[in-house]
Design a protein around this ligand. Structure first.
Ligand code: ADP
Ligand code: ADP
Length: 231
């Protein structure tokens, strides 16, 4: 089944910058789709349109059959986890509290939210005994990215949108995070759309890869094997 469908989507900003043009894209439930291409070709804007942080100028976007422009924004966001490179953890809150924020916002009890946060820290490979009560500055960059993923998973959204989630960490940590995230994504069956400018990362992680070109056009969309021309 199709989880996310973009039909004829375009975005022209107020200053007449055309960020995305005539974009058709389908993402199946449980699929990991990677948007790849050079800087400035509209990848982040596409992610933000799915999230309704940016309104498309043309076309329609559906998530689970529902048009995002008419969906209740609170409900919509609840179904979407968003991970960006600069994840912006609350610096004066402990790691566990950072992960608890969203469930608390949705009215979960403190005890329940905390238990869930501890579980999520474990899931993303951060030993809660060691890290739950630390503050963000006491963690490495890679560990903070893990917290960002845990926080995005806290509301148990079916869809995860990730913008260069592994961009800010060193290459060795990146490879570990990529592999661990793939395992997690498959285990949890999440539908993921991830942005990167790293073609190796795209080919390694994507079930399908959408190659963006200058001017915000989709140049190619297919499995890594199809894109690499393998039989
Ligand atoms: P990518 O993620 O592929 O690097 P973006 O989606 O961030 O590309 O940007 C696509 C184009 O839209 C770029 O030319 C960028 O400068 C422009 N752009 C992005 N956001 C805005 C904005 N808020 N206002 C005007 N132009 C923007
Ligand atoms: P919780 O039980 O919700 O994790 P805590 O008892 O850890 O809450 O602390 C309450 C709030 O105060 C949290 O937001 C926590 O991050 C913050 N806090 C606790 N101790 C400190 C400290 N030494 N410096 C800065 N913030 C703190």
């Amino acid at each position: 089944t199709v989880m996310i469908r973009l039909s004829g989507v375009g975005k022209r900003f107020d200053d007449d910058t055309v960020a995305v043009q005539d974009l058709d894209l389908e993402v199946l439930a449980g699929e990991m789709v990677v948007l790849v291409g050079p800087s400035g070709c509209g990848k982040s804007t596409t992610l933000k349109m799915i999230n309704r942080l940016v309104e498309p100028t043309t076309g329609t976007i559906e998530i689970d059959g529902q048009d995002v422009t008419t969906a209740d924004p609170v409900k919509l966001r609840r179904g979407i986890g968003y991970v960006i490179q600069q994840i912006g953890l609350f610096p004066h809150q402990r790691i566990v509290t950072n992960v608890m924020t969203v469930p608390l916002l949705y009215g979960e009890s403190k005890a329940h939210a905390r238990a869930r946060a501890v579980e999520l820290l474990e899931l993303v490979g951060l030993d809660p005994e060691r890290y739950a009560d630390r503050f963000p500055h006491q963690l490495s960059g890679g560990q903070r990215q893990r917290v960002g993923v845990a926080r995005a998973l806290a509301a148990d959204p079916p869809v995860l949108l990730m913008d260069e989630p592994f961009g800010a960490v060193d290459p060795i940590v990146r490879v570990r995070l990529q592999e661990e995230f793939l395992r997690l994504q498959r285990e949890l069956g999440k539908t993921v759309v991830m942005v990167t400018h790293d073609i190796d990362e795209a080919v390694k992680m994507g079930d399908r890869v959408a190659v963006f070109a200058e001017g915000g056009r989709l140049a190619q969309y297919g499995t890594p094997a199809e894109l690499l021309g393998e039989p």
